[in-house]
Design a protein. Structure first.
Length: 119
């Protein structure tokens, strides 16, 4: 009776958890240009661009995605750093990205980890 009575969902592996740390970019720049600059700054390719969810891999289990403001809203852009490991790893990778972007681009980027975050 293996497989009988099992729902399709129960046979699907559970997705890995995603922890997120957000970095705010205070520049007027497009999502594509932002991804291209981040890609160059961290020396990693943009992946999944044709699948509609472009991302840039960072350390093992961490990656970057860029969120656009809603239609008609001005910048800032949200640069989300995700981790499948922990919130601490997401925040560490976000802080590393902030330092890299400040050094290599001169962009005004700041972490936005919520209440109590220190910059």
């Amino acid at each position: 009776m293996f497989g009988r009575g099992m729902s399709r969902r129960s046979r699907q592996p559970e997705p890995a958890p995603e922890y997120c740390a957000t970095v705010i970019l205070y520049q007027a720049i497009s999502k594509l240009d932002t991804l291209a600059v981040i890609s160059l700054a961290v020396d990693r390719p943009v992946e999944n661009a044709k699948l509609g969810r472009p991302m840039i891999p960072l350390a093992e289990g961490a990656w970057v995605e860029v969120e656009l403001p809603k239609l008609g809203e001005p910048p800032p852009l949200a640069i989300d750093v995700y981790s499948s490991v922990s919130t601490d790893q997401a925040r560490l990778q976000a802080l590393t990205l902030v330092a890299t972007l400040r050094q290599q681009t001169g962009w005004d980027v700041r972490p936005d980890f919520g209440p109590g975050d220190d910059d």
